[in-house]
Each structure stands twice: as C-alpha cells, then as structure tokens.
Design a protein around this ligand. Sequence first.
Ligand code: CP
Length: 363
Amino acid sequence: MRHLIDPTDLSKEEIKEIIALAEDIIADRKKYSEVCKGKKLATLFYEPSTRTRLSFTAAMMELGGNVLGFSDAMSSSVSKGETVADTTRVINCFADIIAMRHSVEGAPLVSAMNSRTPVINAGDGSHAHPTQTLTDLLTIKREIGRFDNITIGFCGDLKFGRTVHSLIKALSKFQGVNVVLIAPEELKLPGYMKHEVCDKLGIPYREVESLEEVIGDLDVLYMTRVQKERFLDEEEYDRVKDCFVLTADKLKDAKPEMRILHPLPRVNEISVDVDNDPRAAYFRQVENGKFVRMALILKLLEWADKPSHHRELISKDVIKGEHRCSNPKCISNTEAHAVEPMFRPSADGNGLRCVYCEHRPVK
Ligand code: CP
C-alpha cells in the first residue's frame, strides 16, 4: 500500500515522476478524461479549505471519477465522537482513495495506519501539507524551469506554516538549494526543522528579519500568511500579524525573473498592487494544484498494489508506551483512548520525536 503523509514519503524519482505526469496531463487533458472511471475519492475535511478540497474534487472529476465526503466534520458522526481510525474503516467501504485535512497533527497518519486504501494528507495542523508541496514544485518547474541551484526565500510565519516545512523537506532532495528564512523572532522556523532537516540534510540557510535586505538574491519568494488559528495567545498574534507586507514598491530590487509564490489564502501580506506583476505566480500556482493532484491520484492508485512501491508507515525502531507527546494538538493526546503514543530517535541523535507530529515527549 502507498500513502502520502509527509513529503519525505516520496523519493526524488517519484517526485519527478508525478511532476512529469502533471505536465503530460496539462499537455493533453483529453487523454486522461476517463482514466478513473468507476473510482471514488473521499474528501474528509475536518478543517476549512477552499483550494485543496475543491482542487481534489476538480482533479477526480477531470479524471472521470467521482467524489464523496464532508467539508464540515460536525455534519458527520465525528460530532458524536467517532475516531479517525473508525471513520477511515467506514470510508474504506465506500471509496478507493482518501484525502484528509485535519487540524489535529498526525490524524492522516492514523488514518493511513487503519486504511485499506491510499490516504493523502491534505494538511494536518502546523505539521505537513505534502500536496501543497507538489503544487509548489510544479509551479517552480513551470515558472523557473528547474529545482536545482535556486535561492528561495520563505517569508512570514515559518513557525506554524506547514507548507514551508513540507517544501523545505522536499527541496532537500535537490542540489544547490539555498534557503533564506525571513521571519520575526516569534515566527522563526522551529528548531527541529533547522537542526534535523536543514543541518542534517545539508541545506544551507540563513535567518534574517528584513525582506528588503535579501529580495535581490532570490529566485523564488515564498510568502506566507500569519496563521491566526494556530496561536494560543491572541495578543501575540496581534503583535506579529503585519510583520511583512509585500508591495509593488518593494519589488523594485527583485530580479525580473524572480517568482512570487503563496499557498493562499492571503490576508494582507501581499498587497493587491502586486497581483498584475508578471512575477506574481500565486494564482497560476492554484491551477497547478489541480493538475498535480490529478497526477498524484493516478500514481497512488497505480502504486497501491505494487510490492515495489510499498513503504512501511512506521519505522521498526519506534518506542511505544513509555512517553506522552508534549503537543496538545497531537492525535496521541486528542484521541488518547484510541491512539498509542510512539516515538522515534531524533535525527540529530538528541532525544526522541513523536511519530505523529515530531514534537518532543513530555519531560
Ligand atoms: N493552500 C491551501 O491549502 O489552501 P486551502 O486552505 O484553501 O485549502
């Protein structure tokens, strides 16, 4: 069985295969218009979404398949306390593939652990958003022409921005990628991303607090929204919510071939006067999301029964039963009666990380 829970679930070759298939779909959409006839995608969205849910829906429809699911978990039996594992087993009776978005970190992994069909993580809390990453990669390929040898600046909420974490992990597979982290102190990239992803995988990065000082160096500027819904303290959100606003004036020092990406939705971090600049790629990025999700659905359905594409979801060196996760938004805490805590040795050799959300155990 194959799932997509984290961008690291895909090898570099598999990423390239999905991107190439998406480009072929763009070149000849008619060829793919019936390839999923008789197949059903379940979209289980426990958290709000516009792009991801509707692009998955459009993707399956354009492949000739059907879609079922919910966009408000409170209209499902989740409101009566049904667990992610039980909901997954039920949906397995109706659909061939699942796309799940959840505010609880690790929920798509628990779904995959209990599923007879492929599960796609459509975003889990502040943790990961691998299909946004595939969207970003296809956009970089189409706009810049390459993944290797690029300087990419991530700007805004690097602490809670799951799209940032996922894209950095995926870019680590390519050569010559330089990362510039542009964020205020409160929104800096978490330590595990710096030490266990960038340092361990050899991605050079530098941290700055001013966009103006680096904008001229960038091939890609990846803007992000400050994620109000992830803050536990509203005053802290108010302090940082307007930390970076990209305006047409600030682009005067940027390269003519630089591209601006944003996973969207935006609030006010990109002024509307930037939208008509040819460097603004964020609405083209949305459409790429549909094509890459078409490619992903096809590949996961193809790989599901191939032993050569089988991957273990949980590594054999996990430690069970001795610790509890320190993250209140981890599924091992929100569904403590149903989900067994599991930890793996940290990649930097320093302690343990939760298998579901990558946080540390409670001390
Ligand atoms: N980029 C993204 O995930 O958008 P939605 O939250 O609207 O799905």
